[in-house]
Design a protein around this ligand. Structure first.
Ligand code: C2E
Ligand code: CA
Ligand code: CA
Length: 802
């Protein structure tokens, strides 16, 4: 089969992927860019919403109950209403503390500002309640700005009030966005250390100041009592006994509110309570260090960077996995340990990588489309649309490559023409005809061993063959020339005969001239009805000089520059000379010897052929007489061109000129001349035979005729062409064709002459096949009459001696 192949020299930009190094640098730059983006976003707090969202999700999923060791006493709207004013008299606090202590409260902590003086009675009552249980009441302090100039001052309960009380800070660290996520264990240094109220209540070791994250997953299920109920003694003592009590404001109008990430707005006292619960249940969450998160994000970006070669779906799967991990892993971690991992940065890195990947994929697809389209255009430029076979341009490139490749190799270009195309196309239709062309191309590919067979025009294919030796090349060319014509198109048998024009590389040709020469040779083969013809400079001639040759021929003939040479024909078995073939020779005074093929074709074109042939016959008859006088009774064969057969004047003059010698004259008429105009040829042959002339069918095997034609022609001799003869030892198939031809000719009463016998082995094979007569360089080339005489003398001498 033929492999359709693109030329190896594709335009560079189609083939070159971007250089690997450049790709590496772009990817490195991409990674750095992503790293910077993530770091910036992290520093600017842009990731907060994502982190908050994820944190809220974790709190929702990891909910847990409060410890049940604390009760919050809420100064709520009802309590305010009961007092009728705010701040109310401190006697109320004193009463509430007493009630709580009496109910068994372990500690009572107040998140209420007592830094300013109230009524002396109120202050004294409160002090009495505090002093009643030394160390069991906690009073608040808080740090705040001192006036416009800044500087921090700590507000503490007024002097004396806190002598028997514990002090704890109720400051809450508020993040830049106004939300409370963190909580501090304490504030200040060694000298002025102040624990936070939640840390104090939770018995956290003294002196620690670090922050932690409040676990908002803890449900605020600590005990709750309304201050008014506590003050008036109407409460469930179970909520107080053995518990730690935190008193603080929850009434909206008191404004002690903070924004929390989960529940929206929260009263400060509830925040302290949640911080306390976080500490008590070991859920004071430690945040992951921002640099560690950044590093993780960078690692993820590195993992997910689009490689030089990647496939989209596995990449997307990786992305999904990483996204799930970014949500799931912190969740698991937080469930197992008090650790909070913000994955916003990781998700951002992943998202950027995803954009990057998708962009890369889109770009790659766009490039692929462009590449595909350009390849299609290139294919179009290099192929024939109807058959899909490579075209002339593709063949020319291939020829050029062969010629510039190994210069010692032999190169031939063949133009292979399908015969009787219009008949064939009319019979089977255009579509099937293209199939014929494709199949023939495939056969040519097999026969020549060459993968590229081009479609040059509707009925002409081309191939370039190169081989190490001239002999190997010749063999492959011959295989193409003898292509098996029988094809099957849609199960229908179709005979596709081909003619082959060949041009062999010599020196100085370009790809174009070689292909042109092959095409000229094909044209000549068609004109001469030859199956195959090699381009031969001398035979085709220089077109400009040929014009002059035409007018010169008449002069040459008159001036006696033309001569007949005779090539002996000998009996295949005995070697006896049976006849000679007359071949014209012209040595031009300035151009030297003119090739007979060129001479004859020129004569045919100018109409000189009749004069030339008549001259030849006259000359042959004269020479025949001279030979006969010397005792060499031979038959002389004269070649008669196809065009002359229809020429009645010629026929008459010929029969007249031959009179008396007719039985010693043989006319060689080419097989193709008969096929071109069978009726005319048959009539002429009958006329010649009636006049006693012998007829030989010349060049049998060069045309495309079949054996059946032989039966129609009454001839005395069949001359097998030298191309057929040379192939006798090539293949069993060729031998079989020859043998059956010989047998058929014999059965039709013809003797068989083999032309172009050059070697003994060919002679032996022909003799074995029953071939009667041989002619060729093995015996002798065509000789001038003088030399022929000597040849005949030398041949007959031993016979006479014997
Ligand atoms: P042809 O009639 O087939 O003549 C045989 C050709 O084969 C001759 O070429 C001859 O020299 C050549 N030949 C003989 N033995 C061998 C051999 O062993 N090997 C090879 N390779 N070739 C061999 P030539 O003389 O060049 O003639 C070429 C053609 O010109 C002839 O082919 C014939 O068709 C035509 N021709 C020659 N003389 C005349 C003529 O007087 N009248 C006409 N009409 N045609 C002629
Ligand atoms: Ca001949
Ligand atoms: Ca011949």
């Amino acid at each position: 089969m033929i492999r359709f192949r693109l030329p190896r020299r594709l335009p560079k930009e189609l083939l070159s992927e971007r250089p690997a190094r450049a790709g590496f640098l772009t990817r490195a730059a991409g990674l750095v860019l992503i790293g910077c983006c993530v770091a910036l976003a992290q520093a600017a707090g842009l990731l907060r919403p994502i982190d908050d969202g994820l944190a809220r999700l974790r709190f929702d999923l990891l909910e847990r109950p409060a410890t049940g060791t604390m009760t919050v006493v809420e100064i709520d709207a009802a309590s305010l209403r009961a007092a009728d004013r705010w701040p109310w008299g401190r006697e109320r606090f004193a009463q509430a503390i007493r009630n709580l202590q009496d109910a068994g409260a372990e500690v009572v902590a107040l998140d209420v500002d007592f830094s300013a003086r109230s009524s002396p009675g109120g202050d004294a009552a409160l002090k009495a309640a505090v002093d009643r249980r030394p160390g069991e009441v906690v009073l608040p302090t808080f740090v705040q700005k001192a006036g416009e100039q800044g500087g921090l001052v700590e507000s503490s309960p007024l002097d004396g009030l806190a002598d028997q009380a514990l002090l704890a800070s109720v400051n809450v660290p508020v993040d830049a966005d106004g939300r409370v996520r963190r909580y501090s264990l304490g504030f200040g240094g060694e000298d002025d250390f102040r624990p936070s109220i939640a840390a104090l209540l939770a018995d956290t070791p003294y002196g620690r100041t670090e922050d932690f994250l409040i676990d908002y997953g803890i449900r605020p299920t600590f005990g709750r009592l309304s201050f008014e109920d506590v003050r008036t003694g109407r409460f469930d003592p179970a909520l107080v006994d053995g518990r730690r009590i935190l008193i603080g404001a929850t009434a909206l109008e008191l404004g002690d509110e903070f924004a929390a990430p989960k529940a929206g707005v929260m009263a400060g006292v509830h925040l302290h309570a949640l911080a306390y619960e976080s500490l008590m249940s070991g859920r004071a969450l430690r945040p992951a260090h921002p640099l560690a998160i950044l590093a993780l994000a960078c690692a993820v970006a590195f993992l997910l960077r689009p490689r030089a070669q990647f496939e989209l779906s596995p990449m997307l799967r990786q992305h999904a996995l990483v996204a799930a991990g970014a949500v799931g892993l912190p969740l698991m971690l937080q469930a197992l340990a008090p650790v909070s991992l913000d994955a916003g940065a990781v998700l951002l890195a992943q998202g950027l990588c995803l954009i990057w990947t998708v962009r890369a994929e889109l770009r790659r697809r766009a490039e692929a489309i462009v590449r595909e389209r350009e390849a299609a255009l290139l294919h179009q430029a290099m192929h024939e649309p109807e058959t899909g076979l490579p075209n002339r341009r593709a063949l020319l490139e291939e020829i050029g490559r062969r010629m510039t490749g190994d210069r010692r190799r032999s190169v031939a270009v063949l133009a292979v023409g399908l015969d009787r195309v219009s008949v064939l196309r009319g019979a089977i239709g255009y579509g099937r005809f293209h199939e014929v062309v494709r199949q023939v191309a495939s056969r040519i590919g097999e026969a020549s061993g060459e993968p590229l067979v081009a479609h040059l025009s509707s009925s002409v294919l081309g191939v370039v063959i190169s081989a190490r030796t001239a002999e190997a090349l010749r063999t492959r060319v011959r295989r193409v020339e003898r292509l098996d014509p029988s094809l099957a198109i849609e199960d229908l048998p179709v005979d596709a005969f081909v003619r082959v024009g060949a041009a062999y590389r010599r020196r100085g040709e370009t790809a174009e001239t070689l292909l042109e020469h092959a095409s000229i040779a094909l044209d000549r083969a068609r004109e001469l009805d030859r199956r195959a013809l090699a381009f031969h400079e001398a035979k085709v001639g220089d077109p400009s000089l040929n014009l002059a040759l035409m007018s010169d021929m008449r002069r040459g003939l008159a001036a006696g520059e033309l001569a007949l040479h005779y090539q002996p024909k000998v009996h295949a078995k005995s070697g006896r000379v049976t006849g000679v073939e007359a071949l014209v020779r012209w040595t031009h005074p300035s151009r030297g010897p003119i090739a007979p093929d060129l001479l004859i074709s020129t004569a045919e074109e100018t109409g000189m052929i009749r004069a030339l042939t008549e001259w030849g016959i006259a000359q042959a008859v004269t020479d025949l007489g001279a030979l006969g006088a010397d005792g060499h009774d031979l038959t002389v064969a004269v070649n008669v061109s196809a065009g002359l057969l229809a020429d009645r004047t010629f026929r008459e003059r010929l029969t007249r000129a031959a009179a008396g010698r007719a039985d010693r004259l043989c006319l060689e008429i080419t097989e193709s001349a008969i096929i071109r105009n069978p009726d005319e040829a048959m009539r002429a042959i009958a006329e010649f035979r009636a006049a006693g002339l012998k007829i030989a069918i010349d060049d049998y095997g060069t045309g495309l005729s079949s054996l059946s034609y032989l039966k129609l022609i009454e001839a005395d001799e069949l001359k097998l062409d030298k191309s057929l003869v040379a192939a006798v030892n090539d293949s069993a198939r060729d031998r079989l064709i020859l043998k059956s031809t010989v047998d058929l000719a014999h059965s039709l009463g013809m003797s068989v002459v083999a032309e172009g016998v050059e070697t003994r082995s060919v002679l032996a094979a022909l003799a074995a096949m029953g071939c009667d007569v041989v002619q060729g360089y093995l015996v002798s080339k065509a000789l001038p009459i003088g030399e022929l005489h000597a040849f005949l003398e030398s041949r007959s001498r031993p016979a006479r001696a014997a």
